[in-house]
Design a protein around this ligand. Structure first.
Ligand SMILES: [Zn+2]
Length: 398
């Protein structure tokens, strides 16, 4: 074992103080604080801060953000379709190029402690393949710091939008990782054909599936069953994500036990941003039945909403607030959703703070995990691939 640098005197996940030995971009050992040889180079002296794995932003839309541009009052109408058409109008001919908005947002997310991302890229015929190419270029630009999965996402509908399916296919050929879908009934009005198209692309290209599902109540629950059917039929266990799945929050949790068991058996992950204005999946029940739950910011300061800042620690706090969680174990569970939950959903290897894991880590200035979630303090040191890339909320690069 070679040791290149040491993170000294940190408390992994709030446990006993430790020195963390790195071999390049990998954690090679975790030993009691003070036991690492004094002559080894110090990467960071943690001074007793918490050490956690870098967080996982499992659902966002970098290609749509208006970040780093002057404040723009929201101009969308009240319905989902209003928001879609408003966004098309806002982004069409927007004066600041997408990369100049998305890049500073990516750096903001890194500075807040996220190093793993899944970003949906709009397969919007109005702007063709451009968004995909720009997001692929951004992924390349930051690949020495972050891991980013891209989803080809038919925001304006797949069947009702001529050319969207071909655009998604082209996106997958260019290197987009995951096949997206959206409200097979509520937007495309033909749920089986929509899902057959989405799963057909997934099988053809050997990719996973991630479906935005806002459809409410029984309709949404019926669609989840159909998604489960197709996951099983196509052997895509462990590679399917339900994003939002608001309908899961419309029923008493006990009525959903059988569905939760089915999702767990098929290893279908559920992503929730825990919004306060709509029913949301019952996170604690789902987790108790073995369903993997992850989280994301969704849109961050875009034409849908001016909300969001890309801080997944704050997202953990919002999850806790949404469900009225206050016990330490529940607050730690909220952090698990934005960390290990995301890692499982994205199929990440070597994730954690143990020997053998990637040295993608965050130091938090907090007394324990529960306090970290409640306080969301700004003093964070972010380590990517064994190098410090952000201090005190500021991206420094490598
Ligand atoms: Zn979304």
């Amino acid at each position: 074992m070679t040791t290149t640098t040491v993170i000294r005197n940190v408390r992994p996940m709030g446990g006993p103080a430790a020195d963390v030995l790195l071999d390049g971009a990998t954690i090679s050992a975790v030993v009691p604080a003070g036991q690492a040889a004094a002559d080894l180079p110090t990467l960071v002296d943690g001074k007793g801060q918490l050490l956690v794995p870098a967080m996982v932003e499992a659902h966002t839309h970098f290609d749509k953000t208006l970040w780093a541009t002057p404040w723009r009052p929201n101009s969308a109408g009240p319905t989902r379709n209003h928001r879609i058409s408003n966004e098309q109008a806002v982004l069409k001919d927007f004066k600041v190029p997408m990369a100049e908005r998305a890049a500073p947002l990516i750096e903001q997310c890194i500075a807040r402690g996220s190093l793993y991302f899944r970003s949906h890229v709009d397969a919007q015929t109005a702007w063709g393949i451009g968004h995909v190419q720009e997001m692929l270029a951004l992924r390349e630009r930051y690949k020495h710091v972050i891991d980013m999965q891209l989803v080809s996402f038919p925001q304006g509908g797949l069947l009702i939008s001529p050319g969207a399916l071909e655009l998604m296919e082209r996106s997958l050929e260019l290197g987009v990782d995951v096949v997206g879908g959206i409200d097979p009934a509520g937007i495309d009005n033909d749920p089986i054909r929509h899902l057959e198209a989405v799963f057909g692309l997934a099988v053809k290209f050997g990719r996973g599936v991630d479906i935005h599902l806002h459809d409410l109540g029984e309709l949404g629950r019926w669609e989840i069953d159909r998604i489960a059917d197709m996951t099983a039929a196509h052997g895509l266990e462990g590679r399917v994500m339900l994003s939002h799945a608001y309908s899961l929050g419309a029923f008493p949790p006990a009525d959903l036990h059988a569905m939760a068991d089915r999702l767990a058996a098929l290893r279908i992950s559920v992503m929730t941003c825990a919004p306060g204005y709509v029913t949301v999946p019952p996170v604690a029940m789902l987790r108790s039945r073995g369903v993997n739950v992850c989280s994301g910011s969704d849109g961050i300061r875009d034409a849908w909403s001016p909300m969001g800042n890309g801080d997944m620690l704050e997202r953990a706090r919002l999850i806790a607030l949404r469900f009225g969680w206050s016990k330490d174990a529940d607050l730690a569970a909220a952090f698990d959703v934005v960390s290990h939950g995301g890692a499982r959903a994205l199929g990440l290897a070597g994730y954690g703070v143990e020997a053998g894991c990637q040295a993608n880590l965050v130091l938090l200035d907090a007394e324990n995990m529960a306090a970290a979630v409640v306080e969301c303090g700004p003093r964070r040191t972010v380590i990517s691939r064994g190098r410090v890339v952000a201090r005190d909320g500021v991206y420094t690069g490598t």
